[in-house]
Design a protein around this ligand. Structure first.
Ligand SMILES: CCCCC/C=C\C/C=C\C/C=C\C/C=C\CCCC(=O)SCCNC(=O)CCNC(=O)[C@H](O)C(C)(C)COP(=O)(O)OP(=O)(O)OC[C@H]1O[C@@H](n2cnc3c(N)ncnc32)[C@H](O)[C@@H]1OP(=O)(O)O
Length: 188
């Protein structure tokens, strides 16, 4: 039985981080090696901007041949990747690193190759380490026909999460401080 990811009704509205970009500005990838939003081979190259309200985020994903699952159609897992990244980008405007604990996606319309998918994502609540985020994906234009919807729970983690489970060389490429990389190499 999955644990509920319904946001608590009485949680205060999330406030954007003071250093986050303002309305209409492009967001930066959370990690250049990310296959969702980084500028690397195999990436979906999701691009995101802060919404008019300064808190929500909208994102663009151009669906290409390499994203097919069935002939001429977007793979469902690729759509989930796009949602994961779009929803993740929404929370990074508000708070520090967190990882996806649960991601629920409803697939409402098939998405043909050549489509531009647009997403609107917002943080619904933050309670302790738990970040509740939801989003909608639209065919062709923001607020166009709905291709899918998603909800996610992200759980805040510290640097030790990446040190313990990731690879030192990736931390190095990220420009992490020397002591962080050495600790990772030593297995601490
Ligand atoms: C040093 C350099 C650092 C560099 C950082 C660079 C980049 C940052 C990276 C990413 C973040 C940035 C942006 C995000 C953008 C894009 C999205 C991509 C994100 C991903 O692609 S990320 C990969 C996939 N992801 C995982 O690889 C997670 C694997 N997993 C775990 O690592 C653990 O599972 C963890 C940590 C999640 C929890 O473990 P834990 O031991 O810390 O905490 P615990 O289990 O106590 O859960 C705490 C509370 O969350 C509730 N909870 C937990 N899981 C739940 C579930 N499934 N459903 C409902 N509720 C759940 C519990 O019920 C409890 O709730 P309560 O406190 O109320 O009891």
């Amino acid at each position: 039985m999955p644990i509920s990811i319904d946001p608590p009704a009485d949680a205060p509205p999330p406030q954007k981080h003071p250093k986050a970009p303002g309305p209409g500005e492009r967001t930066t990838p959370h990690y250049e090696g990310c296959r969702g939003c980084g500028d690397v081979p195999g990436s979906l190259r999701l691009a995101s901007w802060v919404g008019e309200d300064g808190v929500s985020v909208h994102s663009r994903f151009d669906v290409r041949d390499e994203h097919q699952g069935a002939p001429g159609l977007l793979h469902g897992g690729m759509l989930m990747t796009a949602f994961d990244d779009a929803l993740g980008t929404a929370y990074t405007q508000i708070t520090r690193a967190a990882v996806t604990a649960r991601l629920e996606t409803d697939f409402r319309r098939p998405v043909p190759v050549g489509t531009t998918l647009w997403f609107r994502s917002r943080v619904d609540a933050i309670v302790g380490r738990k970040i509740y985020v939801s989003g909608v994906g639209f065919l062709g234009e923001l607020d166009g026909e709905v291709a899918g919807t998603a909800r996610a729970l992200f759980v805040k983690v510290g640097a030790e999460h990446f040190l313990r489970h990731g690879r030192p060389e990736d931390l190095e490429a990220l420009g992490a401080p020397r002591e962080v990389i050495e600790a990772a190499r030593a297995g601490n």
